[in-house]
Design a binder for this molecule. Structure first.
Ligand code: ITT
Length: 199
């Protein structure tokens, strides 16, 4: 059994590989499949729509079982931004050091619950017969006052978990996978794929 993960994001890929390690499936990336240059038009208006677009595009060119992840950071004080535009926010090639400091600056003067934010992950799996299965996971947190930690990727250094007193870049990769939006969405995906008799 093989599943292709339709992502070009190495941070996501690392986490998904780690979470799927215990299962009896071979997980491959777009790079492994030589599909990294396939053009995917992320024209959806929601995380779920974009996850389906990514998984369908790769399913059509490969004929294999494909899982895609569309995710992002939603900051309440910024009306849910950067949301589905998280990767493109302030420019796709802009460093996360800059993006993270920019968000911290936008929240100047706000305290506690006024800094609330969440990571959201929509996952879509497309089966070889075209059937689409979707799941979602979220994790609640707050925007930190400074960047902290070296683990994870993207916005992790500013995603502060009040109950742990740490950002998702300060906890171990295993700990993040247990509680993260991505970990939750993937666990639900497993359950659905088992119900479908795929796994
Ligand atoms: P693919 O479409 O190829 O999967 P991408 O990075 O463009 O890669 P998205 O459009 O789903 O993927 O954007 C997700 C962005 O949201 C990601 O680039 C990060 O900026 C942010 N993000 C999502 N999950 C995150 C996490 O666990 N930790 C930190 N940032 C995260």
């Amino acid at each position: 059994m093989k599943i292709i993960i339709a992502t070009g994001n190495e941070g996501k890929m690392r986490e998904i590989r780690e979470i799927m390690k215990g299962e009896d499936v071979t997980v491959t990336s777009l790079k492994d499949e030589g599909l990294e240059n396939v053009e995917i038009d992320e024209t959806g208006k929601t995380f779920e729509e974009n996850a389906i677009i990514k998984a369908k595009t790769i399913s059509e060119v490969s004929g294999e079982i494909v899982i895609a992840d569309d995710s992002g950071l939603a900051v309440d004080a910024l009306n849910g931004e950067p949301g589905i535009y998280s990767a493109r926010y302030l420019g796709r090639d802009t460093s996360y050091d800059y993006k993270n400091n920019y968000i911290i600056k936008q929240l100047e003067g706000k305290e506690g619950a006024e800094r609330s934010a969440r990571f959201v992950c929509a996952m879509a799996c497309v089966l070889p017969d075209g059937k689409v299965i979707t799941t979602e996971g979220t994790i609640e947190g707050q925007i930190g006052f400074e960047q902290k930690g070296e683990n994870g990727f993207g916005y992790d250094p500013i995603f502060f978990l009040p109950e742990r007193g740490k950002t998702t870049a300060e906890i171990s990769p295993e700990e993040k996978n247990e509680i993260s939006h991505r970990g939750k969405a993937l666990t639900k995906m497993y359950e659905k794929l088992k119900e479908e008799g795929v796994l």
